[in-house]
Design a protein around this ligand. Structure first.
Ligand SMILES: Nc1ncnc2c1ncn2[C@@H]1O[C@H](COP(=O)(O)OP(=O)(O)OP(=O)(O)O)[C@@H](O)[C@H]1O
Ligand SMILES: [Mg+2]
Length: 221
């Protein structure tokens, strides 16, 4: 395991539960191979830490300035149900196109929106623009359930990288869950770089992002 992965604070209790240990190791192995463009799909019951670990991967990306040497440096977290609502509003094609330029993309909680055909179609479009790019998907549906809703979504997830099913008890239902017993890291996290990005006024950050995207588009022609 790389030092970057070891030093990162995953803020995750495994409770010596083999299922949770396995989940954490899967996420760490995924972090180790970034910015390679495999996908990681985390499935399992509610409250076991799927979203939590996906967010920690975004922190990991920012903290170590991971980028693929070619595309935009920013990672992005996409709450799938909310994103669908936004797309119903306006310019869905433009919103989907923007996602292709993110360094690491998390698509959080697919399937929670009562899978309509339209939603499955939009998810396919997003998955298509993320082909070969680092992408983490979370769901509390199993792959089989996702597959039953949409064979095309299911087969793309299965073909895009690793699909990890975790069967563990909800974090919030565990005894002593308020006592943190994180083993790592041994050093303080370095969050300076991230602060610099996040303290940019949102309007300026938005413009900077757009310029970066334009630049990449032109470079790709
Ligand atoms: N193993 C864990 N160690 C530390 N915190 C955890 C762990 N599992 C969950 N949590 C915390 O519990 C809460 C719920 O976790 P999270 O939202 O990641 O669950 P989830 O698996 O995404 O659930 P859902 O399927 O409902 O979206 C969060 O505040 C998260 O930080
Ligand atoms: Mg979640």
């Amino acid at each position: 395991m790389s030092n970057k992965t070891k030093l990162h604070n995953w803020e995750f209790n495994t409770y010596n539960d083999p299922e949770l240990t396995d989940l954490l190791n899967t996420v760490k192995n995924y972090a180790d191979q970034l910015p390679k463009g495999n996908w990681l799909t985390l499935t399992g019951p509610s409250g076991i830490g799927k979203t939590h670990l996906a967010r920690r991967l975004i922190k990991f990306w920012k903290r170590w300035h991971i980028w693929d040497g070619n595309r935009c440096l920013y990672p992005d977290f996409c709450e799938w149900a909310r994103f669908l609502d936004e797309m119903r509003g306006s310019r869905p094609a433009q919103k989907i196109k923007e996602l292709q330029y993110m360094g690491l993309l998390v698509i959080d909680d697919i399937g929670a929106e009562n899978g309509t055909e339209w939603a499955a179609e939009k998810l396919l479009e997003v998955l298509n623009v993320r082909r070969g790019k680092p992408t983490v998907i979370t769901s509390n549906l199993t792959l089989e359930e996702i597959w039953a809703n949409s064979q095309r979504v299911g087969s793309r997830l299965a073909g895009g990288g690793k699909v990890k099913l975790t069967r563990a008890k909800n974090f919030n239902l565990r005894e002593n869950q308020s006592v943190p017993v994180f083993v790592e890291p041994e050093t303080e996290p370095e969050e300076r770089a991230e602060l610099e990005i996040e303290t940019l006024p949102p309007a300026i950050a938005e413009v900077a992002k757009r310029i970066a995207n334009k630049f990449v588009e032109n470079a790709n022609v």
